[in-house]
Write a protein that binds this ligand. Structure first.
Ligand code: HEM
Length: 128
């Protein structure tokens, strides 16, 4: 399930950048709208796979010392998705350069990836 999580993250980041670039070029923009719609479908798999990784490893997580970090990881992930969506809606409304919401979304994505790698499950954690 962690592999599905990683796949959906990669797809989400790519689609987010594409939608943002198209929305910034001109708005309303069909290419931007289309990538945004596919991104919204991807959010479902992203959140679902993350929750499933959490639930499937619940026993090990409860027994570990750092179980609070898993809760923080889940909240960060959901907040990152929320900020990505809000920043795209903002970008769709104005064609100007990315502002606070986009910077916050990118910062939260980076922090979420950092916490995900710091936590022990998954192939990325195994690499470090
Ligand atoms: C944009 C949003 C998200 C990003 C960028 C992200 C990123 C990551 C990354 C990089 C990993 C580590 C994978 C590995 O080590 O191979 C991970 C693991 C995980 N993610 Fe996410 N995630 C996001 C959203 C979510 C959501 C919404 C949830 C839950 C609802 C979630 C729950 C988890 C859990 C439980 C793990 C396993 C933690 C561990 O590595 O031990 N994530 N995530």
């Amino acid at each position: 399930m962690i592999h599905l999580h990683l796949t959906t993250i990669v797809i989400a980041v790519i689609l987010y950048v594409i939608a943002l670039v198209f929305y910034m070029k001109d708005s309303p923009n069909n290419a931007g709208k289309m990538s945004h719609m596919i991104l919204r479908a991807d959010y479902i798999f992203l959140i679902f796979s993350g929750l499933l990784v959490y639930v499937q490893n619940m026993e090990g997580i409860s027994a570990s010392d750092g179980h609070m970090m898993y809760g923080i990881k889940v909240l960060l992930g959901i907040a990152a998705v929320g900020l990505m969506e809000m920043s795209l809606i903002r970008a769709n409304k104005s064609t100007s350069a990315p502002k606070g919401m986009t910077i916050a979304a990118v910062a939260l994505i980076v922090v979420t990836i950092g916490v995900g790698i710091y936590l022990p499950l998954g192939p990325l954690s195994a690499m470090f």
